[in-house]
Design a protein around this ligand. Structure first.
Ligand code: GDP
Ligand code: IMO
Ligand code: MG
Length: 427
């Protein structure tokens, strides 16, 4: 059985953690391939709730090997505190594998992220302040620090020196901050080395051998399609590729190995941070979605911006990821509305536009064209099959499927593992 990719089809927080956890019991490996601890994935198992940031959601399934791939950026202090937090709750994390090629989020890059945002003022991106962007920038500029560098003090010192040469100029001369001392950074990083060492592995080799042995590998995206550095609403994006292609580069697995790409799609839309959002609501409906859907960031605690479902975005996600399936989440949150508006197209400067415009200016001007779908009032949280859903909820799902361009193979009707309607098996 080849590999599957599971990724966000909107602006993140679609319920990827729950979906990954659901499949975690039936797969051999769960792999994070991009992003870092900017992610916040909530998994509810029985009466236990877990918030994962850096670790793959598969860490909660004992049979499964969790892997942090080369494309991820790793804050060692966050990694260790997340591991010890899970150990304290009785979760065995000893199977974790961490790529020696993954880049390290250094303390100075967390500083640079925060300072840059402050200086951008009203043009800020609204980042999570975790050092993600500056770390990927260092990677591309070839001055990044990798996990393997923690095991060669001389190389580590040279690399930190090279990175800080330029960075200290910027911090002191442009941003009016104090310079950061090389030895302090090196000392801090070396302090993590021994604790991290047992997890470090050649993950590319491990994953490819696993696929040759017919093991099932699930790639878990962070963030979402519209936050992709290439395909998202640039510059209001994250600095990596959550889209399906990112799984190949971020884990070192060829595209021919991937058989299924599952897009996680919320039954409405949310966004955290700045940037365009055509269906955003500023009225009591938006408030109600936020309240009923508990739409508050897992990582930063910020309120999420809320709006109606946007089929233009869903179609775009199908295209740029080659989606084979959707997992529709949070359908239960829509219970109680008499009518539910769904955005089927945009109006841009008087024109009707059916597809996501590539032009940033056009997208900023896009106004949603809504179709009204009849709502339902019955509690759907106990539904186990599609037939258990009220007729209007079934029709809502069918309409979304038709508009979005890929089959909806599962439906979430609550946060728990078992609050899921499975229509087509993913495995
Ligand atoms: P992720 O970043 O994509 O993993 O999503 P988050 O965990 O940030 O946000 C999704 C939230 O929705 C979490 O609190 C989940 O527990 C919750 N959730 C996931 N699926 C469902 C669902 O079908 N119904 C409801 N009511 N909540 C859900
Ligand atoms: P999960 O995996 C929602 C957003 C930030 C900001 C932008 C850039 O839980 O879906 P960054 O810190 O990455 O440089 O911030 O991206 N963002 C997310 N929004 N869910 C996430 O992750 C996000 N990770 C980053 O709010 O707008
Ligand atoms: Mg999240």
């Amino acid at each position: 059985m080849p590999a599957l990719v599971l990724l966000g089809a909107q602006w993140g927080d679609e319920g990827k953690g729950k979906a990954t956890d659901l499949l975690g019991g039936s797969v051999d490996y769960v792999v994070r391939y991009q992003g870092g601890n900017n992610a916040g994935h909530t998994v509810v198992v029985g009466d236990q709730k877990y918030a994962l940031h850096l670790l793959p959601s598969g860490i909660l399934s004992p049979e499964c090997t969790p892997v942090i791939g080369n494309g991820v950026v790793v804050d060692p202090s966050v990694l260790l505190s997340e591991l010890s937090g899970l150990n304290e709750r009785g979760v065995d994390t000893s199977k974790l594998l961490l790529s020696g090629n993954a880049h390290i989020i250094t303390p100075y890059n967390v500083t640079v992220d925060k300072v840059t945002e402050r200086f951008l003022g009203k043009r800020k991106i609204g980042t999570t302040g975790r050092g993600i962007g500056p770390t990927y920038a260092d990677k591309i500029n070839r001055v990044g620090i990798r996990v393997q560098d923690l095991y060669d003090e001389s190389i580590l010192t040279q690399k930190v020196e090279a990175a800080l040469d330029a960075k200290n100029q910027i911090l002191t001369k442009l941003y009016n901050r104090r310079a950061i001392a090389v030895n302090q950074v090196v000392e801090e990083l070396l302090g993590y080395a021994a604790q991290i060492e047992p997890y470090v592995a050649d993950t590319v080799l491990v994953l490819n051998q696993a696929l040759e042995d017919n093991k099932v590998v699930l790639f878990e995206g962070g963030q979402g399609t519209l936050l992709d550095i290439d395909h998202g609403t640039y510059p209001f994006v994250t600095s990596s590729n959550p889209t399906a292609g990112g799984a190949c580069t971020g884990a070192g697995v060829g595209p021919t190995k991937i058989s299924r790409v599952i897009g996680i799609l919320k039954a409405y839309t949310t966004r955290v941070g700045a940037g365009p959002f055509p269906t955003e609501l500023f009225d009591e409906d938006g408030e109600a979605l936020r309240r009923i859907g508990h739409e508050r960031g897992v990582t930063t605690g910020r309120d999420r911006r809320c709006g109606w479902f946007d089929a233009v975005i869903a179609r775009y996600a199908t295209r740029v990821n080659g989606l084979t399936d959707f997992f529709l989440t949070k359908l239960d949150v829509l219970t109680g509305w008499e009518q539910i508006p769904v955005c089927v197209a945009y109006e841009i400067d008087g024109r009707r536009v059916e597809e996501l415009p590539y032009s940033q200016t056009d997208f900023h001007h896009a106004k949603p064209v809504y179709e009204m779908l009849p709502g339902w009032s019955e509690d759907i949280s106990k539904a186990k099959t599609f037939a258990d859903l009220p007729k209007n909820a079934q029709d809502y799902v069918k309409a979304l499927e038709e508009m979005s361009g890929a089959p909806i193979s599962a439906i979430g009707v609550g946060p728990g593992r078992d609050e899921t309607i499975e229509i087509n098996s993913f495995l």
